[in-house]
Design a binder for this molecule. Structure first.
Ligand code: SF4
Length: 376
């Protein structure tokens, strides 16, 4: 692998666009919008790597890349919940979530290379550290004590925004715990700031070394085919060459990828480049996100159904999922104009595992009530 273009990624991120003033100077927004967005970006911070900003083709909200990175006044809408899937209720102690018996999730940082406008952790990214893990050793001790846990998801924020030293502490500690069978890193850096990976020999060597002891996956989030650039694919190729499979979790987003053509181009592109399409998530009805990005469920199902018809077998392996308070629900089908068929794909309560049930949805519902429909 060639690392001749090494950059100091932490320094490079200091060049991010972080204020509406900078955006106005660069001509992405006008003066009137700048004034209105000032307060909003104090509530929901903005940070855009120069690399990602350069992917914008049209300097307006009709451009999907623009929408994913530049704040919009519609984020001020009050509708929606702060925590839609009960993350706070699954937290055993600061930064350690244990929702499913065999999986522990670590919120390792509240920082990301970019603050995606559709983020479901909008309540914390770039803001509070209250829900973030403070001591790596505390997490390692918890995992070592819980023998039912066979896998760990290190996320945030963005797990690859941790320094290599911190990443090595996780890898070294988890490698020594016998009952851990695999480790996942949740990171959008391959998409929004691939230089974090492609110019960092130390990181790649760490993955190579520890990937021989425990299976490591990198779980990322490509949402649009225009994100599959040569820079992004260089980063994912380097991970794969280091022995780290790359999985993708797309979020279905209104005005970004809510058409069968766009989703098919994305999933076929992922499959062609060795990135496994893993989940397609229904956008959660998060405050500041719901009105802007969530696609109604019935419409969403039709889009997904039509997408599958355009995909190769490899590209259609993804599941269409809602991360619900009861666990993960797979949206399997539609049996008339208003009835959806769902399956409990992962359950917080083991009694719910694998149950199949129907729910009635109206044309505008983007989410389900917490009390779920009748078992089929
Ligand atoms: S990288 Fe992930 S955690 Fe960070 S803002 Fe984007 S979606 Fe949210």
């Amino acid at each position: 692998m060639n690392f001749t273009n090494n950059i100091d990624w932490q320094k490079e991120l200091k060049n991010n666009i972080t204020s509406v003033g900078m955006l106005a100077e660069l001509g992405y927004i006008d003066e009137k919008t700048r004034q209105k967005l000032d307060t909003l970006t104090q509530r929901y911070p903005m940070s855009i790597p120069r690399y990602y900003l350069d992917l914008i083709e049209k300097k307006d909200y009709s451009d999907p890349i623009f929408k994913m990175c530049i704040a919009s006044l519609e984020e001020a809408q009050a509708d929606g919940k702060v925590d839609t899937s009960g993350e706070q209720a699954s937290t055993v102690t600061g930064g350690i979530q244990h929702k499913y018996d065999n999986t522990v999730l670590l919120l390792s940082t509240n920082v990301c290379a970019m603050y995606c406008r559709h983020c479901f952790r909008k309540r914390l990214v770039g803001l509070t550290e209250n829900e973030i893990l403070r001591f790596t050793d505390e997490a390692l001790e918890y995992i070592a004590e819980h023998k039912e846990v066979d896998n760990v998801l290190i996320t945030g924020g963005d797990a690859l925004l941790n320094s290599n030293k911190v990443i090595e502490r996780y890898l070294d500690g988890l490698s020594k715990i016998e009952h851990i069978k695999f480790i996942r890193f949740g990171s959008r850096t391959p998409v929004v700031f691939p230089q974090r990976i492609s110019t960092d020999e130390v990181l790649i060597k760490l993955f190579e070394k520890y990937g021989k002891i425990k299976t490591i996956y990198l779980v990322t989030q490509f949402n649009h085919p225009r994100e599959l650039t040569k820079e992004a694919l260089l980063a994912t190729d380097m991970l794969r060459q280091a022995g780290i499979p790359v999985l993708n979790q797309t979020v279905l987003l209104k005005g970004i990828n809510d058409s069968p053509e766009t989703l098919a181009a994305l999933f076929n592109g992922l499959a062609a480049n060795g990135i496994s399409p893993y989940y397609l998530f229904q956008c959660r009805p998060v405050k500041g996100v719901k009105g802007l990005f969530a696609v109604p469920l019935l419409e969403a199902y039709d889009i997904v159904d039509s997408t599958r018809g355009r995909l190769s077998g490899i590209a259609k392996r993804f599941r269409f999922i809602m991360s619900h308070i009861t666990g993960k629900l797979e949206i399997l089908g539609k049996i008339n104009d208003s009835t959806l068929v769902l399956k409990q794909h992962q359950a917080r309560d083991n009694e719910d595992s694998n149950r199949i049930f129907t729910v009635e949805a109206d044309v505008s519902s983007v989410w389900l009530d917490d009390s779920l429909g009748s078992a089929v």
